[in-house]
Design a protein around this ligand. Structure first.
Ligand code: FEO
Length: 169
C-alpha cells in the first residue's frame, strides 16, 4: 500500500478511538443530568466509533501494513447546556468527514481502488451520522424547552440500538 495512504489510515484509527472517547464523555454528561436516553445514544455512538477504528485496523492488517497505536487524547470539550454536546457532536462529525475525504483523495491519487472501495462505506456512514446529528439538534430546538417533550425525546433515544459494522475484506 502507498505509504501516505497507509499513514493516513493508521492515524485515522487513533482519530476514531478519540471520537469514541469524546462520545463517551458526552454520555457521561447526560448521565450526570439524569437523561439516560441521551446517554444511551452517545454510548452507542462511542461503540460505533470503536467499530470504525477496528475496521481500519483490520483493513491495514489484511493488506500487510504494520499498525502503530498512539496515545488517545483526552476529550477536551466542556458542556453547559443540554444542546452543547449535540452541536459539538455535529461539528466533530463534519471534521471526521473531512478526514475521511482526505484519505479518499490520497487513495484516489495513487489509483488505490481497493482503499477507495473500502472507504465508500465510511463516506456513506459520515453522511448518515451528520444527518442524525442535525436531526437531534432540530428536535432539541423544537422540544427541548418543554419538560414533557424532553422526557419523550429521552425515551425515544433510550430505545436506540447499535448497528452492525460491515465485513472488511
Ligand atoms: Fe467514525 Fe462518526 O466517525
Amino acid at each position: 500500500m502507498n505509504e501516505k495512504v497507509a499513514a493516513l489510515l493508521n492515524d485515522q484509527i487513533n482519530k476514531e478511538f478519540y471520537s469514541a472517547y469524546l462520545y463517551l464523555d458526552m454520555a457521561n454528561f447526560y448521565t450526570e443530568k439524569g437523561l439516560d436516553g441521551f446517554a444511551n445514544w452517545y454510548e452507542i455512538q462511542a461503540k460505533e466509533e470503536q467499530d470504525h477504528a477496528m475496521l481500519m485496523y483490520q483493513y491495514l492488517h489484511n493488506n500487510g501494513v504494520k499498525v502503530t497505536l498512539e496515545a488517545i487524547a483526552k476529550p477536551d470539550k466542556t458542556f453547559q447546556t443540554l444542546m452543547d454536546p449535540l452541536k459539538a457532536g455535529l461539528e466533530h462529525e463534519k471534521y471526521v468527514t473531512s478526514l475521511i475525504n482526505t484519505i479518499y483523495e490520497a487513495a484516489q491519487k495513487v489509483n488505490d481502488f481497493r482503499t477507495t472501495q473500502f472507504l465508500d462505506w465510511f463516506i456513506k456512514e459520515q453522511g448518515e451520522e451528520e444527518k442524525n446529528s442535525m436531526d437531534q439538534i432540530t428536535k432539541m430546538e423544537l422540544f427541548g424547552d418543554d419538560a414533557r417533550s424532553l422526557y419523550m425525546l429521552n425515551s425515544e433515544l433510550a430505545a436506540g440500538v447499535n448497528s452492525a459494522p460491515p465485513l472488511v475484506i
